[in-house]
Structures are given as structure tokens and as C-alpha cells.
Design a protein around this ligand. Structure first.
Ligand code: NIG
Ligand code: FE
Length: 412
């Protein structure tokens, strides 16, 4: 199939130098072309150029009119927990009444509450609820989504979650990546026996996940009250034997050492980072690890926002993802994440766009095929209403400006 996107006011997110991520001053650069067209072949971007050079419309199977709006790469959301059962709106009330995330968790709520709900939900029902969330974020412009397990906390239920992720991958057109997060919390049967639970994760869960090829990445909640840096290292080392690259939850609740241990184990990303010091920034320099911040969780839990500008000033890249989950960020709206990046973290619109597209693509290992307008990349794109500048998108953050979502060349 050949598709033509015509009448583009501004084509933005063009990247021609083959870079897989943007760091430091490069984060503020977004390649643009005014008055443009773009062509798509077999689901991939085939070419683009100025409107005067547009090929004959009759040579295409479909023609998409961009209506003078911006055409942008779709959002890549490199950190989500969209496979879960039910919701935690009861805890939402506890939170309104003054309990903190940690207090709710200590009372047996939080992740364990979601694990109980998931255990009592059939695989089919879990799929039905979860794919609905994936369709929701697709409509809001997410073209690639990482999904974690971590509400199973038994071998059987972790496999159930990961099989649901596989089924989602088989049934939706966007790019899906799966991460095994057995060490999200200690399962109920192992409370008080954390070391044994870690052994279960390493010697039973990881081999079982690998045997079915259900995940590409391994994650650990390395934070105060959850898993230590030593436990995190052991789990990353067990995962590495099966080719699972780490993506680590770190420094959400405290400065945990999770960043350093992640970097030393070649993590693809270290995520959250609400609480970091200069030492974390130093440890990331020269590494292949993408610092990823989750402003939706800061917003929902009233936590500090990650110090993205300091990271960028130090020459690092920063990615922004949704963390869509029932406890700390019940939203997968990447446009809102981009807006929080600008409004709360003081990123420029260009930096925020790169943080939500190319750098999140990097943080899920797909920036060679997604995250920018580049020939040969998968044609997952957004068409906006006409806008004076890219800044209008995060500025007018509630206006329904995304007019069309293109996935592999097809308009959703
Ligand atoms: O990324 N912090 C750990 N995990 C999730 C929250 C999980 C939950 O509360 O259900 C997060 O914020
Ligand atoms: Fe998370």
C-alpha cells in the first residue's frame, strides 16, 4: 500500500543524521519542513519534501489531507503498567484524606491490592480490560508502548500478565514491548521472606519467562521499602543470562542507588528519578542508559518533578514517559506528559517533544525504527490542527488538537 500525506503545514521531528537519541544541546533541536508532503510505503516512511515537489496523487492508494496542521512522529511511551485488573479508586480516596503512597503500600494496599485483583481475574478478562487501555492511548497518539508485568508476584500470575501483553501485541497495530517486573513488590506468600522471593524471581520466574520468550527487558523497583541495590543487581544478573536488558525503577521514594546500579549493569533506562543528586547525573555520563522521568506520577502523587534541565545541562538526554498504572499515574496521555515536561519541568517544547518521541524510543530499544520522521522508520504519525508553532501543543494542553492518528500508514 502507498499513502500520501498532503497539505502539511509543518512536518516536524525530521531526523536525518541517524542518531538513536538526543542529548544535551541537541535535545533542543527539532528538524522541520514547512509546506510539505510525506509518502508511506508498506507501513514505513518512504519520503518527504516540499509541497511543490509532491508526486502525482494518482500514484497512491490513499491520500491523507493534513489540513495545514503539523505532522509529528507519534509518541513512544517507554514505561507503562497498562495490564492491570480493576482500579484503585478506593485508595484514591485514602490519598485525598492524607495517606501517602508508601503508607497505603505498608497497609497492604498499593501494588499488593492490584496483585489480589489480578489473581482473581481471568486471563481473558484481564486482556479485555487492558487492551481497552491500549486502544485509549493509541487514540491519544501513542504509537509505541512498553508494558510491564509486576502485578502477578507469583510465577503463574506473572506469566499470565506477560501472556496478556503478548496477546495485546498480536492484536494492536502499534509497537508493543514487554518487560518482566516480578520484583515490583514482594508477593503476599513471601512477606517477611524477601530474600527467598528474590531467589524465586531469579531462579524460577526469569527462566520461565525466558522459556516462553515473553519479555525483552527486566525491571526492579529499586527503592526505599521495596528492593535493595544488591537485590536489584542479583535480578539484573539473572536476567542477563537470558538476554533480558534492565530497565530500572529508581529514586521515586528516596535516593536509592538504583541509578548507579542500573548504569553499572548497562540498563537501557533508569526511570522515575524524582529524587536525585549530582552523583546520579555523574554516573549517567558516558553511559548507554537513558534517564527517564515520569511527570504524571509526580503530578498524581504530589512528588517533586525530575530535574530534567540539570541532566540536559550536564550533556545528558532525558526521556519522558507516562507510567500509566492504577496507583501512581492513572493516565497514559503522552500529550499531558509533554505538557507537564514544559509547564512543570521547564523543558522547551522542542526538548519535550524529543523526550517523548526519539528518547523514549531509545529507552525501549526501538529508536532505529520509531521516534522520528526518518525514511525507513515505521509510519506512526500524528496530524494536528493548524498551529502557529509546536509550543501551541503543550500550551493549549487540553484542546483536542490531535486531528488524525496514523499507524503504519493507516488513519485510526
Ligand atoms: O512506577 N513505583 C512503582 N511502580 C509503579 C506504581 C505501581 C502501583 O502503584 O501500582 C510506578 O509508579
Ligand atoms: Fe512504573
Amino acid at each position: 500500500m502507498r499513502h500520501l500525506v498532503k497539505n502539511i503545514g509543518t512536518l516536524a521531528g525530521i531526523l536525518e543524521d541517524g542518531s538513536l537519541r538526543k542529548e544535551g544541546t541537541a535535545m533542543d533541536a527539532v528538524g522541520t519542513l514547512e509546506n510539505a508532503y510525506l509518502t508511506i510505503e508498506d507501513g514505513k516512511i518512504a519520503g518527504y519534501g516540499p509541497s511543490e515537489e509532491m508526486p502525482d496523487e494518482n500514484a497512491f492508494d490513499t491520500v491523507i489531507d493534513a489540513g495545514r496542521g503539523f505532522v509529528l512522529p507519534s509518541f513512544c511511551d517507554s514505561h507503562s503498567h497498562v495490564v492491570y485488573a480493576g482500579s484503585r479508586d478506593g485508595e484514591f480516596l485514602d490519598k485525598i484524606n492524607g495517606l501517602s503512597y508508601e503508607e497505603i503500600a505498608r497497609r497492604g494496599g498499593g501494588i499488593l491490592n492490584s496483585a489480589d485483583l489480578l489473581h482473581n481475574t481471568s486471563e481473558d478478562e484481564l486482556y479485555r480490560q487492558s487492551v481497552e487501555r491500549v486502544r485509549e492511548v493509541m487514540r491519544m497518539g501513542t504509537g509505541a508502548l512498553e508494558i510491564k508485568s509486576g502485578y502477578g508476584l507469583t510465577t503463574e500470575d506473572e506469566l499470565k500478565m506477560l501472556r496478556v501483553i503478548r496477546r495485546i501485541k498480536e492484536n494492536v497495530p502499534i509497537i508493543i514491548k514487554a518487560t518482566f517486573l516480578g520484583a515490583h513488590d514482594v508477593g503476599r506468600a513471601y512477606r517477611g521472606r524477601q530474600a527467598e522471593y528474590v531467589r524465586l524471581v531469579c531462579s524460577e520466574m526469569i527462566p520461565a519467562v525466558a522459556a516462553e520468550g515473553l519479555a525483552e527487558f527486566v525491571d526492579v523497583f529499586c527503592d526505599q521499602g521495596f528492593f535493595t541495590t544488591e537485590e536489584t543487581a542479583a535480578i539484573m544478573e539473572a536476567g542477563a543470562k537470558y538476554g533480558l536488558r534492565p530497565k530500572i525503577h529508581a529514586n521515586e521514594l528516596a535516593v536509592s542507588g538504583g541509578v548507579q546500579v542500573g548504569v553499572s549493569h548497562n540498563a537501557l533506562s533508569v526511570d522515575h528519578l524524582e529524587r536525585t543528586t549530582q552523583a546520579e547525573i555523574e554516573s549517567l555520563k558516558g553511559s548507554g542508559t537513558m534517564p527517564t522521568m515520569l511527570p504524571g506520577a509526580s503530578f498524581f502523587l504530589g512528588m517533586p518533578y525530575g530535574a530534567a534541565k540539570d541532566y540536559i545541562k550536564a550533556g545528558l538526554g532525558v526521556a519522558l514517559a507516562s507510567d500509566y498504572n492504577p496507583g501512581s499515574s492513572p493516565s497514559g496521555n503522552m500529550r499531558f506528559v509533554m505538557a507537564l515536561g514544559c509547564i512543570k519541568m521547564k523543558l522547551t517544547p522542542n526538548q519535550a517533544l524529543n523526550a517523548c518521541t526519539l528518547n523514549t524510543a531509545y529507552a525501549m530499544g526501538i529508536s532505529d525504527m520509531a521516534g522520528s520522521v526518518t525514511k525507513g522508520k515505521i509510519a506512526n504519525l500524528l496530524v494536528t490542527a493548524p498551529m502557529n508553532s509546536l509550543a501551541f501543543l503543550p500550551y493549549s494542553y487540553q484542546t483536542p488538537l490531535i486531528r488524525k492518528v496514523i499507524v503504519k500508514g493507516d488513519v485510526l
